[in-house]
Design a protein around this ligand. Sequence first.
Ligand code: SAM
Length: 288
Amino acid sequence: MGIVAKPMLGDCREVLKTLPDDSIDLVVTSPPYADRRKHTYGGVAPDDYVAWFLPISAEIKRVLKPTGTFILNIKERVVNGERHTYVLELILAMRQQGWLWTEEFIWHKKNSYPGKWPNRFRDAWERLLQFNKQRKFNMYQEAVMIPVGDWAQKRLRRLSPTDKVRDVSRVGSGFGKRVANWVGRERVYPTNVLHLATETRNRRHSAVFPEALPEFFIKLFTREGDWVLDPFMGSGTTLKVAYRLRRNSIGIDIMPEYYEMVQRALASMQPYLLEPEGVYDDGQTSRS
Ligand SMILES: C[S@@+](CC[C@H](N)C(=O)[O-])C[C@H]1O[C@@H](n2cnc3c(N)ncnc32)[C@H](O)[C@@H]1O
């Protein structure tokens, strides 16, 4: 089966219109944040962000299959000393548009550089909002399991009597656990916090996300041969990872230099022969 990785040049507000309905399994993208990269590829004022994004999310909704997922990497910036509310407003507006806001993952940036601000600490996380068109969507949880970790060795060595029975949550959530179930297990499901270092190697694009980020979602929400879309592809991280994992992909960028850079990068890639797969950690072990 041949795998397609197709970068496209243009404004995604226009280019998305050329893609067929219900054709994409996963959209994973990091749009320009409000005002952030004004000097490189233009910025959108925080107050205009929702109005700017809604036509794009409408097109994403049209091209996404009913079983598909949309992952939006975004973070509200500080304006006049407080966090702007455009992300919160966007979530509400997208729900009005018919999206389900299914989940929020957090990208914990393990290597964010230290700094000092008078009224806040360094920002070490970003949102990864998950939107779906319907409650039942494709999800392959086994594909992103992680090693059980050191805690299990210590915790499971000495089991208490309650560990051997189902311990029902005291807050009445109906959630229960039986710790003894974990004995002998080597891999467990991850949490909704992704502990990943920011990408520092790629100097040709100012806002690259680490390969392990699209990789996690591509594995979680697609299978080989499925279609992945990144309407703000930048340096093409999503396309490169999709190609390596044998998923078809489409990327769009408004900047000719990024489009050409992605074309060159993809031309030099060979499926199967690429970097080792990313490792998702549980935040307890120190890897970077
Ligand atoms: C935050 S970067 C994406 C980085 C990407 N995730 C990566 O790993 O390289 C956002 C990208 O969106 C592009 N962009 C901005 N406005 C756009 C638009 N209207 N249509 C398509 N691309 C756009 C910018 O040129 C930039 O490369």
